[in-house]
Design a protein around this ligand. Structure first.
Ligand code: FAD
Length: 508
């Protein structure tokens, strides 16, 4: 019996384990090593009191039928309405014969995506749509300036040397400074003038003012950009529930999952990985490794790495992330839409915050993701405030109390939470390497990949495992492809080719 070691119990690692177990159970023993004590990686759901919070809300959406089928097998879509839909007598797109979310836990909910931009104390559609309410919220002078600057950019194109040029060429300088400049800098900690234009091409492809204008005249039908997806599925108790369910199934079918097992060393001989070493000194020998740990850490775990490869990997950039969960009775922002919600809270699943005086990036409203994420959806609003930071910076080193006070202060400052509304409960969660970034030494990543690919039985999978801005489904596809590549003896190209298609799934 051969042993396959899988580093990381996130979507990539667990899916690789699933596929190995499915196609090669009789020849391969599968061992998953997870550094933390939680299943799901960045897609985990943390439990706080009687509520649950994601590391940023996680939509389940995929163009891959295989991924959709796997999700459906693990957690079937609801057959009857969920708690909030029942309370509101709201129509819900259920699958006849599916489970009842009020009675069963292993169930996916069908949710409606509502996400808007909050700016100038008003809501704007996301992506921006051309309609009277947009102009009213922007004001006459700003609208006038935005229109002229857009026209100017339509005729006088800049050479596209940076992400800033990319945005200005498509939206004009005024709209760029309103909706892209500050948010991009918040997210990456780098001004858009210092980021490569290819980044924009990948992330906001297909979105432009022309499309927005076309939508005014042809609002429905035609091929919809996937960035405008309006419905998604979501596990009753958050994304982590799906990964915990998969982990339970894997354990039951013989896969070993070792928690609090951080890989710090990788041993190799003659172009093959022969074993891994854990932080506590334990050595495990193996016949193949699937790694979803960050490339930076993986390379540092080897000895005898060529100096240029070690240097590039050591300097790969990441952006870290902090979320703060707040439990309150009510928000100060009003539901000005026709969408019905419990207690008439705003209907958004998440809100992009463009107000320049705060550092908050997005607000998640978990009541709208799933009523089962909140201790009592009829009484409380459970929000998640998102901040982007860099490990060791001012945000990262603040105490939980200081950070939470700052976040609550920001929420009050922009009028989302009333000055007198008390915060009933809070939690702060810090996440390292939430975003692999595409600047700095990333331009030389090919050398690192080529060196790692030199180990015939080592497969790099997943978001940080490939240093690629993956969604869950991409990470899963990496896991599936890697298992097949190992078992069938095909090359690694299919693994690296996941998520390299031109058209992107989501725009943030
Ligand atoms: C704010 C935010 C919102 C997002 N929203 C969505 C969304 O709406 N939809 C979507 O599909 N995706 C979303 N994503 C992306 C999604 O979280 C990731 O694509 C997914 O979690 C990646 O899975 P993975 O297995 O590749 O990596 P990870 O989730 O990072 O899992 C890697 C695992 O490896 C473990 N590990 C690391 N180093 C070691 C080591 N040395 N030894 C042992 N274990 C180790 C980690 O602890 C972790 O459990 C979002 C991400 C963020 C940050």
């Amino acid at each position: 019996m051969k042993t396959a070691i899988i580093i990381g119990a996130g979507p990539a690692g667990l899916t690789a384990a699933y596929e190995m177990n499915r196609i090669a159970k009789k020849d391969w023993k599968v061992v998953v090593l997870e550094e933390s004590s939680e299943i799901g990686g960045i897609s985990r759901t943390a439990v706080h009191g009687a509520s649950r919070i994601d590391i940023g809300g996680h939509r389940f959406f995929s163009k891959s039928q295989e991924v959709n089928d796997l999700w459906g097998r693990l957690m079937p879509v609801q057959g009857v309405p969920s708690k909030d839909d029942r309370l509101l007598d709201r129509p819900c797109n259920v699958v006849p014969g599916g489970p009842d979310p009020e009675k069963e836990d292993r169930v996916m909910l069908r949710r409606r995506r509502v996400s808007r931009i909050y700016y100038l104390r008003h809501f704007f559609d996301y992506p921006i749509s051309i309609k009277p309410a947009t102009f009213l919220a922007m004001g006459l002078v700003r609208t006038w300036k935005a229109g002229w600057s857009y026209l100017y950019s339509a005729f006088f194109k800049r050479p596209e040397k940076s992400l800033e040029d990319f945005y200005i060429n498509r939206f004009g300088k005024v709209l760029y400074s309103m909706f892209f400049e500050d948010y991009t800098e918040k997210l990456w900690g780098v001004h858009p003038s210092k980021i490569s234009p290819e980044w924009g091409a990948q992330r906001v492809k297909g979105l432009s003012l022309w499309k927005a204008l076309l939508n005014v005249f042809i609002p429905k039908g035609g091929k919809k950009e996937t960035s405008l997806i309006e419905e998604f599925i979501y596990p009753k108790k958050g994304p982590g529930q799906l990964w915990e369910t998969l982990a339970d199934d894997l354990r039951a079918s013989g896969v070993e999952i070792r928690m609090q097992s951080c890989v710090t060393g990788v041993e190799s001989s003659e172009g093959r990985v022969t074993g891994v070493v854990l932080a506590d000194g334990t050595r495990l020998s193996c016949d193949a490794v699937f790694s979803s740990m960050p490339v930076k850490d993986l390379v540092a775990s080897f000895s005898g790495v060529p100096a240029d490869v070690a240097g590039i990997a050591a300097e790969l950039p990441y952006r870290d992330f902090i979320t703060v969960g707040l439990l309150v009775d009510k928000l100060a922002i009003k539901n000005g839409t026709k969408l019905k919600t419990v207690n008439d809270i705003v209907p958004d699943t998440w809100i992009y915050v463009q107000e320049r005086e705060v550092r908050m990036g997005r607000i998640q409203i978990f009541n709208n993701w799933s009523p089962y994420m909140v201790d009592d959806v009829t009484k409380h609003v459970w929000v998640g405030l998102e901040y982007f930071c860099t490990e060791g910076d001012r945000f990262w080193t603040m105490t939980d109390r200081e950070f939470t006070d700052m976040a609550v202060g920001e929420l009050r400052k922009i009028g989302v939470l009333g000055e007198d509304t008390p915060v009933l409960d809070s939690v702060r969660i810090k996440v390292k390497k939430a975003y692999p970034a595409y600047f700095g030494t990333y331009s030389e990543f090919g050398k690192v990949r080529a060196w790692l690919d030199g180990f015939s039985n080592l497969y790099c999978i997943g978001r940080n495992g490939q240093h690629r801005y993956n969604n869950m489904d991409h990470s899963m596809l990496c896991g599936l492809e890697a298992a097949r590549s190992l078992v069938n003896g095909t090359g690694k190209d299919a693994v690296w080719n996941v998520n390299t298609e031109e058209e992107y799934h989501e725009s943030k």
